[in-house]
Unconditional design. Structure first.
Lengths: 504, 498
């Protein structure tokens, strides 16, 4: 190692200048995409303007997340264009929204889709439409590049998120036993995506206890194993394993074949899919349209947004379920729908921090951090030389009660969250403050449905997903887990039901 | 006169601190672990100062004379300290020993200064004033030096010249002390001559410092460095020994002028001479213009597009006389279009078609470079290929990195191309490999351009024969989402280096 000493000297003087004058770059940023103000108007039953205009349109889709966009996609694929999609926010996409700056596009929430299995036929159909799947081959540029995931633990990096360093024989045995249990569940065929296709009462007992209790029942108590399953639950459900139904925890691990290929991802995460869908259905979308009432009528339903009454034959309710009691007349309060609060942040980096020898990965996780780590938007770039980038930082506020965390989200200012994020990153990247120029933060009080104990086999949920009248529900909340495939499944199914009724 | 004495104290204190900082910084740069280096060096230095102060009581006569000699000695030792340390690191095994010995010597000398000076001036002031004034200026000097060092000295002058500058100041203090304390001195003329000699020596040192740094770095490379530059993309070094010019990128050898013709003739002609009427050629990488030189030997080629990431690279290979002599001014040919761009995004977004494509990238030593050896990349490149065209890929050594070589061949194959691997012997590299690929059958060319020094029509078929120790191995293809090649390459080279 006697190479490039001049460069070494150059770097050294920079480091020394850093020693004597620790200059923190001025970090700009703000909260973005806040939407709770609108939610609170509904919650508080604020007065909305009376309808001044009437629009007649056969179908109204309420909500422009993946479920709503997928319903629209299905309609247009069937040649049906006589519908509108109303989205409350200025930008459609829901949990598949994205942002863009002079460096790159980046996700605001969901950032990947696992390579879909054979049962996810709508997802496969969509990906064929979008050129992601061609002649049975996945487009290589959309598969996450290597190196994909890394975990920082005990002062060093390892590849992959499942801890592989510092395990005792007992830990190793327990990981192996857990994997064997998951393989058995996988073979049973009851844990599928879409979830509804495999759901079997044979495993209903697993919905009656928490994932962590179930693990303990199996004699699995390894600290690292519990950290790992907790990470998985926080990452996919925004909840700790002790707040997650064992059925849902098992589903996370047993619903997909363990394969090396995926997942599918893009610089802007699932925003890429949203963009492609908008290219196809954008003409039917009206953004900034906050629906404040949906009323059954004799020949259909009326949707009130702003001062317009949309008189329609069918309504596809593709907004989150928790809004239903506030929007729908005579809708009973919901009991089995809990939501996890989240925070995501996009950090613009002027350079990569010192990574202690590890090459940047797609997804970076820190052992024992309350946060979920970050994803590098430039990782999917084809460039060989990358200087600036954007990191999307994920934080499911899963410790404690969701309501309390929602309050925390609203009470604390931007500086508080900025500092919290930087403190977390500083554990590993000591020079992070010198790299970051901007931190934008998105707060989501009801970011995703939480598969709490008893929620998967809930009567309420099953009743709502079977509804077949003038108002149909379509969102991943109906599955009880918030993943792309479930949202898309319910969106497409609802559109197909409506289309059939309209056209026989 | 009082003021001048205290300015001397200030300067002397600054010098002392600078030597300490120089030693700490150099040790951090060269050995690493800056906390440890700074702690131990400061500790040793302060301890040595204590020894110096303790020793001062044994100096009883000729205080002023001794003071001047100490200043001079300190000027020399401190002034050349960073030079000595850099050379020690480059040429000896005992860097740490020399480092701490030097720190002790400097510390002892610095520890002697202030006690002696106080005793020299003590009869002029009251004791409490001497203490107050001397210590005030001592600490002020330290503050000044500690600010100057990181803000101005290191960035502007570098460590070698900073140390020399302060050596010069030490010597200057010695020199004016011969006037300041003239009434307490003996053999004044002798002292002044010594001062001037030291001043001259350090002055020359500052002027020549560049060569000292280069000499230390030279030892890393076998030959004399004639050009070194950090571009935003890479560390570029050019060395020369007699008529042998060598280019290193990030310390990896790219070519030696003595045998590069073997590499570049082999890279270009087996493929290009087999294309019936090549009009348009694309080179990815290859900013040295040497492959272009070979391609320009085909008069029917109308245009050559060269895509290289680093503008510095293509700039010096179009302007430096030594280098343009090597590539025959190839980059200045009107047939050549240089595009400074990242290859993969360029290939993915451009729509032109080419009759021959050269991919001449550095070996896949990391995941960034590994992207340029994937099925996704080759598929994107193949879309630019005309019906009669071929692609040639520099594919590392089938001898030293046999797995990697066959992994690249398999990757091209799985990108939907027919492959024709071959190899040549390049003395400065060893056995080196290429993979020719296209969408149709390859037949050896019946003729080659005139004036080649290595390839001949008769010799071509031998290039495509692989002896058993380089024979094909079943390897997986390299994909963006697996990057098996980077790991394979690392293992290949781990096996033969240490």
């Amino acid at each position: 190692m006697k190479l490039g000493r001049r460069k070494f000297l150059g770097l050294g003087s920079a480091a020394l200048a850093g020693l004597s004058l620790k200059s923190e770059q001025k970090i700009k940023g703000s909260f973005v995409n806040d939407s709770f103000q609108m939610g609170h108007l509904l919650r508080d039953r604020a007065a909305f303007p009376a309808a001044k205009h009437i629009e007649k349109v056969p179908v109204v889709i309420v909500g422009g997340g993946i479920a709503g966009l997928s319903a629209a996609w299905r309609f247009r694929k069937r040649g049906f264009t006589d519908f509108v999609l109303l989205e409350m926010n200025p930008q459609a996409g829901g949990n598949a929204r994205w942002g863009e700056n002079e460096v790159t596009a980046y996700p605001w929430a969901a950032h990947y889709v696992p390579v879909p299995g054979p049962k996810a036929i709508y997802v496969r159909e969509l990906f064929e439409d979008l050129g992601v799947l061609k002649d049975g081959q996945w487009e290589e540029r959309y598969l996450a590049f290597s190196p994909q995931e890394r975990l920082f633990l005990y002062g060093r990096w390892q590849e992959g998120i499942e801890p592989a360093v510092g395990l005792k024989q007992n830990d190793r045995d327990q990981f192996q036993r857990l994997e064997n249990l998951f393989s058995e569940f996988r073979r049973s065929g009851a844990f599928t995506i879409p979830l509804e296709l495999g759901l079997s009462s044979k495993f209903q007992h697993l919905d009656r206890l928490s994932f962590s209790d179930w693990l303990r029942q199996q004699g699995l108590d390894s600290r690292l194993l519990h950290w790992y399953v907790n990470y998985a639950c926080r990452d996919d459900y925004g909840a700790l394993a002790s707040d997650t139904s064992a059925w849902a925890g098992i589903h996370y691990f047993s619903s997909r074949e363990p394969e090396e290929k995926g997942p599918l991802t893009w610089p802007e995460g699932n925003g890429w899919i949203t963009r492609r869908l908008l290219e196809r259905v954008g003409a039917n979308i009206r953004t900034g349209q906050m629906v404040h009432r949906i009323a059954q009528t004799r020949r259909g339903a009326s949707v009130f947004a702003g001062d317009v009454e949309f008189q329609s034959e069918f309504v596809i309710f593709a907004a989150p379920m928790f809004l239903a009691p506030y929007l729908l007349e005579n809708f009973p309060p919901l009991h089995d729908f809990a939501y996890s609060p989240w925070l995501t942040a996009n950090l613009t980096l002027e350079r990569y921090p010192d990574s202690r020898g590890a090459e940047p990965s797609w997804d970076t996780v820190f052992l024992d951090s309350p946060t979920l780590g970050y994803v590098d938007a430039m990782h999917q770039s084809l460039r060989t030389h990358i200087d600036r980038t954007v990191w999307t930082f994920y934080w499911a506020l899963s410790e404690g009660a969701p309501a309390q965390n929602r309050r925390l989200l609203l009470e604390k200012d931007w500086t508080y969250w900025k500092e919290a994020i930087l403190h977390d990153l500083e554990r590993v990247h000591s020079d992070i403050r010198q790299c970051v120029s901007r931190i934008d933060i998105m707060r989501m009080g009801h970011a995703m449905i939480r598969p709490a104990v008893g929620s998967i086999f809930s009567e309420e949920r099953r009743r709502l997903s079977r509804l077949d009248g003038r108002i149909l529900f379509a969102n991943s909340d109906l599955s009880g887990i918030s993943i792309f495939e479930e949202a898309q499944f319910h969106g497409v199914e609802a559109a197909q039901k409506v289309h059939k009724k309209l056209h026989g | 006169m009082g003021v001048l004495v205290f300015i001397s104290v200030l300067l002397v204190a600054a010098c002392g601190l600078i030597y300490e900082l120089v030693a700490g910084t150099l040790a951090s740069y060269l050995v690493g672990d800056s906390v440890f280096q700074f702690s131990t060096i400061i500790g040793t230095y302060l301890f040595a100062m204590g020894i110096g102060s303790a020793l001062s009581r044994y100096i009883n006569r000729g205080l002023a004379n001794r003071f001047v000699w100490i200043e001079l000695l300190l000027g020399v030792v401190g002034g050349f300290s960073s030079t000595l340390l850099m050379l020690a690191f480059a040429f000896t095994q005992g860097f740490e020993l020399i480092l701490y010995a030097l720190v002790v010597v400097m510390g002892v000398l610095v520890g002697l200064e202030i006690p002696l000076l106080m005793r020299i001036v003590k009869h002029r002031y009251q004791f409490r004033d001497v203490i107050a004034h001397v210590l005030t200026f001592d600490y002020l000097g330290a503050l000044g030096a500690s600010l100057l060092f990181p803000i101005l000295l290191v960035p502007r002058l570098g460590l070698v010249r900073s140390a020399m500058l302060f050596g010069l100041i030490n010597a200057a203090v010695a020199f004016w002390s011969t006037y300041l304390f003239a009434n307490q001195l003996s053999r004044t003329r002798e002292l002044r001559v010594a001062c001037l000699l030291v001043l001259f020596g350090l002055g020359t040192g500052i002027a020549e410092a560049k060569h000292i740094t280069a000499t230390a770095e030279d030892n890393i490379y076998a030959d004399e460095i004639i050009f070194a530059r950090d571009t935003p993309y890479q560390h570029l070094v050019l060395t020369r020994f007699k008529d042998d010019l060598r280019l290193f990128l990030n310390s990896h050898l790219q070519f030696s002028s003595r045998d590069e013709y073997r590499y570049h003739e082999a890279l270009v002609h087996p493929g290009l001479a087999a294309v019936p009427a090549p009009r348009r050629v694309l080179i990815l990488g290859g900013g040295d213009g040497l492959a272009v030189r070979e391609i320009l030997k085909y008069p029917q080629v109308e245009s050559i597009t060269l895509v290289d990431l680093d503008p510095e690279m293509t700039k010096i290979f179009s302007s430096n006389p030594m280098l343009t002599r090597l590539n025959d001014n190839s980059l200045l040919s009107p047939r050549v279009h240089v595009i400074n761009s990242d290859a993969f995004p360029w290939v993915a977004s451009n729509a032109d078609s080419f009759d021959f494509i050269v991919a001449d990238f550095p070996d896949p030593t990391n995941y960034s470079l590994g992207k340029l050896y994937t099925t996704a990349f080759y598929r994107a490149v193949a879309r630019h290929l005309s019906a009669q065209g071929f692609i040639v890929v520099q594919s590392t050594s089938p001898m030293f990195a046999r797995d990697s070589f066959w992994c690249i061949a398999e990757t091209l194959k799985q990108s939907g191309l027919q492959t024709y691997p071959y190899h040549v012997y390049v003395p400065s590299f060893g056995e080196w490999g290429f993979v020719l690929a296209g969408t149709h059958d390859y037949a050896l060319p019946k003729s080659l351009p005139a004036g080649l020094r290595f390839l001949s029509v008769d010799g071509l078929s031998a290039l495509f024969q692989f002896p058993p120790d380089m024979a094909p191995l079943p390897m997986p293809a390299n994909h963006l989402n697996s990057q098996v090649l980077v790991r394979t390459y690392e293992n290949d080279w781990k096996d033969i280096s240490h």
